[in-house]
Design a protein around this ligand. Structure first.
Ligand SMILES: [Zn+2]
Length: 413
């Protein structure tokens, strides 16, 4: 993020549940769940549109049909994912590298040191780690803000991007690049579309399902790194004033949305806002993109797939600083909550990291940012995918997380 609002997130750094034992307040959570869904579905979208996804009541009561997957009884230690055959596959995650050829600095509040040069070394050591894993990851998810906005100020954006991309060339597996605010501080959307940061060529298409093909109007796609597991990369700056031609109708539309929610003369300031996420360094999802997401998730539900979603901006308040959320995060949640297939949602942007499991059993992970990671530490992770769960093995200041799949019977109400 730009440097505002990095107060300690209310993330759960302990108490991740290793199994799906209902917590004591389960019934209360269900009440919240119903309330949240109603609220989310009735919430007004930015731009005056109304959320359209269908509620999950009809699908929620279906029994699980995961007979093709062997359910494990043992619960391995998350700190030592074994190399045995129970791991189906793995993938790497890394966020907010924000490289710049600059001396160390501080964030806006001056309380977090930023290691602009060392971030490249952090990336290199992460890549060396992934390259030497006994069973290499299928892919790596880069969660956005790959170079810092300062590069634009010094007119070295292309040079810095090339340096970081040359480092990524060392990686032996595909990397999927997400776009964050710092991409748009350095480059226009048009430039990014034609750059190496556009990894849409790695997408998978679903034959005979044209509704699952994303529009060219936003940067989003889906792919299948392993059978029955679909990954969806979202464009959290689809609605944004960043990177858009200021003479375009879309810029005017997005500026109007932003100003309607933020009367401050400095649009990067959340001061006094009832919805503090409406700042210039954030963005949102268009209804068109959300409709597409809804179609892909419908396909995944029908085909009993498990889904991982990736976005630069987080969408769940309890896993994030409230200033860092996507403008219309409620609309994205409403779509996701109307399906049963989504296992987890990975985001960057906050730098501090955070985690929360929402009432629908979706795990929200905000990854700790490389840029604010001291040279003697690290900030990346590998997610090991099992038949019944995903396990994030964090490195350095990224904590381990266990993400059990939903027990769908638990959602009968
Ligand atoms: Zn960011």
């Amino acid at each position: 993020m730009l440097g505002l609002g990095t107060s300690q997130s209310p993330a759960m750094h302990s108490g991740d549940r290793a199994s799906f034992d209902p917590p004591p307040d389960f019934r209360r959570r269900f009440h919240f769940l119903r309330k949240s869904l109603r609220a989310a579905l009735s919430a007004q979208l930015v731009g005056g549109e109304v959320a359209q996804p269908v509620a999950r009541e009809s699908s929620a009561v279906e029994p699980t049909r995961e007979t093709h997957l062997k359910v494990m009884d043992d619960k391995p230690d998350p700190g030592t994912p074994s190399e045995n055959s129970e791991v189906l596959f793995s993938f790497g995650v890394i966020a907010d590298i924000q490289y710049a050829d600059l001396e160390d600095g501080y964030n806006f509040q001056g309380n977090r040191r930023r290691y602009y040069r060392h971030s490249l070394l952090h990336l290199r050591s992460a890549i060396e780690h992934w390259n030497t894993e006994g069973s290499p990851p299928r892919c790596v998810l880069q969660l956005g803000d790959i170079i810092d906005g300062y590069n634009a100020q010094y007119q070295v954006s292309e040079k810095s991007l090339e340096l970081v991309m040359n480092t990524f060339q060392m990686l032996k597996v595909p990397v999927h690049h997400t776009w964050g605010n710092h991409e748009f501080y350095n480059f226009s959307r048009n430039y990014l579309t034609n750059s190496k940061l556009n990894t849409k060529f790695l997408e998978d298409q679903i034959v005979h399902h044209p509704e699952t093909v994303p529009s060219e109007d936003y940067y989003a796609y889906h792919f299948v790194p392993f059978p029955q597991f679909r990954f969806i990369l979202l464009d959290a700056y689809d609605l944004s004033v960043l990177g858009v031609d200021q003479s375009s109708p879309k810029y005017q539309q997005c500026l109007k949305i932003l100003k309607e929610h933020n009367p401050n003369s400095e649009l990067n300031s959340p001061q006094g806002l009832s919805e503090p996420q409406f700042v210039q360094f954030n963005g949102g999802f268009s209804q068109e993109q959300l409709n597409w997401l809804n179609e892909v998730l419908t396909f995944s539900d029908t085909n009993q797939e498990k889904v991982v979603i990736v976005s630069h901006l987080p969408i769940y308040p309890e896993a994030s600083d409230s200033v860092c959320l996507a403008w219309n995060y409620r609309d994205a949640l409403a779509v996701i909550w109307s399906h049963k297939c989504v296992v987890c949602f990975f985001a960057g942007h906050t730098h501090d990291g955070g985690y929360s499991e929402d009432p629908f059993g979706v795990h929200h992970i905000n990854l700790e940012g490389v840029i604010e990671t001291a040279p003697d530490s690290q900030a990346f992770g590998t997610v090991y995918v099992y038949p019944d769960k995903m396990m994030l093995k964090g490195r350095g200041r990224v904590p381990d997380r266990i993400m059990n799949y939903k027990k769908e019977n638990a959602f009968q109400f």
